[in-house]
Design a protein around this ligand. Structure first.
Ligand SMILES: *Cc1c(COP(=O)(O)O)cnc(C)c1O
Length: 428
C-alpha cells in the first residue's frame, strides 16, 4: 500500500501523533481529523517545486476544497493567496485574515449584488463572461479597476465528467476566439485588464492535459498582448493537481511537473514578449486532500444478499463516492496494515441505496464497534457535507505533534432548526 500511514506502539493508526482510536473515543464519530503538518508540507512542497524554476510565483489556495477557519489560518501563515468562488468564500477568507489583495474572486453566474460585494471587499475580480463585465462596469467605483478574465482554452480534464471545467461543454469562462475582443471591450469601458486565467478541471494526475492548457492559455495571452496591447501582471493556470486515491495510482512527480510547466511558460513569455508576469496556480485538493481522514464506527455487520459493514457516516458526511463514484481508501483504525481476507460493501447510514463508500472492497475482518478510517478526506469532503436525513454534521479536530483541538463542534439537533420558522397558525 502506497499511502504513508503511521502506526503507534499499539499498532493503531496515528494521525499527527494522535491515536485514531483514542480520537474516536474522545470526540465520538463520525469525526474529521485534520493533520496540520501535512497541510504545511503540501503547501511548501508545491511552492518550492515551482518557485525554484520561476521566482515570481504565487499560489492561490482554492478554498472551496476546505474552508475550515483553522485550515485557512494555516495557509494564511504559509503566505498563500486565496481563490474564492463565492461571496461567502470572500467573507471567510477576510475573516481568516487574508488581505483582500491576496484574494482572487472567480465567480460564475453571479448577481449584481455579488459583484458589488466583491468590489467593495477590495478583492481582485476574475471575470467569467461579457454579461458580468457589462454589469460590473455599471457599478459605481468600478472605473479603472484592474481585472482578469477566465478563458476557456477548449481543453478539459478531470477525474469525472462533473469535474471538467474547460472544453466545449463547460459553462465556465469566455471563449478563446473572443478573447482579444473582450479585452479590448474591457479597455474601452475603462477597465485595466492585467490578468488571464484558466482552470480546466480537477483531479489531474497526467501532466499532458495540463501542459496543453498552459500552452493554449499562453498562446491566447500572446494574441491578447499583440491584439489589445495588454501587459499582463499575472497569468494564472488554475488548480486541478490531483492526488492518488487508489493504491494503484501514483503521485504526480511535482518537481518534474513544475519544471515542464515553467519551461513552457518561459518559452512562451519569450515567444510573445510578455515580460515577466507573476505565474499563479490555484491548488485546492493537492494542499488539503490527503491531510484529513474521516473516522467512522461500524454499527452493524449484515449478511444479506451481500455482506455489508454499516457505518455511522454517510454521503451527508462525505459525498464524493456517491457524487463522483470516487474511490476512498479505507483502513481499520486498530490494524491499518492487516491482510485483507474478504470482499465487503461499506455502506453509510443514509436512507438511499446510493449511500455506499465502497462496493466489494477487499478488507480484513471487521467487527461491530470497529473504527474505520476513510483516507484522503480533506478536500471536497466536509465542505460538501449536508444535514440530509436530519443528521447533524460531524465535528472536525486539528492535530499537530500529538495534540488535538476541536476546530468545529459537532452540530446538535438544535442546529437542524436554526433558521426555521413555523407560521403561528400552525403552532401546536
Ligand atoms: C475548484 C477550483 C480550483 C481548485 O481545484 P483543485 O482540483 O482542488 O485543485 C481552482 N480554481 C478554480 C477557479 C476552481 O473553481
Amino acid at each position: 500500500m502506497q499511502f504513508d500511514l503511521k502506526t503507534n506502539e499499539k499498532g493503531n493508526l496515528s494521525i499527527g501523533g494522535e491515536d485514531a482510536l483514542e480520537l474516536a473515543q474522545r470526540y465520538k464519530t463520525p469525526l474529521y481529523v485534520i493533520d496540520e503538518n501535512k497541510i504545511r508540507e503540501n503547501y511548501r512542497r508545491l511552492y518550492k517545486a515551482f518557485s525554484q524554476y520561476y521566482k515570481d510565483f504565487k499560489m492561490f489556495y482554492a478554498c472551496k476544497a476546505n474552508t475550515n477557519l483553522a485550515v485557512m489560518r494555516i495557509l494564511e501563515e504559509e503566505g498563500s493567496g486565496i481563490d474564492a468562488v463565492s461571496p461567502g468564500e470572500i467573507y471567510t477568507s477576510l475573516l481568516a485574515g487574508f488581505d483582500p489583495s491576496r484574494i482572487l474572486y472567480t465567480g460564475n453566474n453571479v448577481t449584481d449584488e455579488e459583484l458589488e460585494f466583491a468590489l467593495s471587499s477590495g478583492v481582485r475580480l476574475n471575470v467569467d463572461s461579457i454579461s458580468q463585465l457589462k454589469r460590473l462596469s455599471k457599478i459605481p467605483g468600478s472605473e479603472g479597476l484592474e481585472i482578469s478574465f477566465r478563458v476557456n482554452p477548449m481543453v478539459g480534464a478531470g477525474h469525472h465528467d462533473h469535474c471538467i471545467t474547460g472544453g466545449p461543454l463547460s459553462k465556465f469562462g469566455i471563449m478563446e476566439e473572443e478573447a482579444v475582443d473582450v479585452y479590448k471591450m474591457a479597455q474601452d469601458m475603462g477597465f485595466k485588464p492585467v490578468g488571464i486565467h484558466s482552470h480546466i478541471g480537477s483531479g489531474i494526475l497526467d501532466p499532458e492535459p495540463f501542459m496543453l492548457a498552459v500552452r493554449t492559455l499562453m498562446d491566447i495571452a500572446g494574441r491578447v498582448h499583440e491584439g489589445a496591447g495588454v501587459e499582463f501582471d499575472f497569468i494564472d493556470f488554475g488548480g486541478g493537481i490531483g492526488i492518488p486515491y487508489t493504491p494503484e495510482e501514483s503521485k504526480l512527480d511535482i518537481n518534474v511537473f513544475a519544471k515542464k510547466i515553467t519551461d513552457l511558460f518561459k518559452d512562451k513569455l519569450n515567444e510573445y514578449s510578455l515580460g515577466k508576469p507573476t505565474m499563479c496556480i490555484e491548488p485546492g485538493r493537492y494542499i488539503v486532500g490527503d491531510a484529513s481522514v474521516l473516522l467512522t464506527q461500524v454499527n452493524s455487520i449484515k449478511q444479506s444478499y451481500r455482506k455489508f459493514a454499516g457505518v455511522d457516516a454517510g454521503f451527508n458526511t462525505l459525498l464524493r463516492p456517491t457524487m463522483y463514484d470516487s474511490y476512498h481508501h479505507i483502513v481499520v483504525a486498530d490494524k491499518p496494515y492487516a491482510e485483507t481476507t474478504q470482499k465487503i460493501d461499506i455502506a453509510g447510514d443514509v436512507c438511499e441505496s446510493g449511500d455506499l463508500f465502497a462496493r466489494d472492497r477487499p478488507m480484513p475482518e471487521i467487527e461491530e464497534g470497529d473504527v474505520l478510517a476513510i483516507l484522503n478526506a480533506g478536500a471536497y469532503s466536509f465542505s460538501m457535507s449536508s444535514q440530509y436525513n436530519s443528521r447533524p454534521r460531524p465535528a472536525e479536530v486539528l492535530v499537530k505533534d500529538g495534540e488535538s483541538e476541536v476546530v468545529r463542534e459537532r452540530e446538535t439537533f438544535a442546529d437542524l432548526f436554526n433558521k426555521q420558522n413555523v407560521p403561528v397558525r400552525l403552532l401546536k
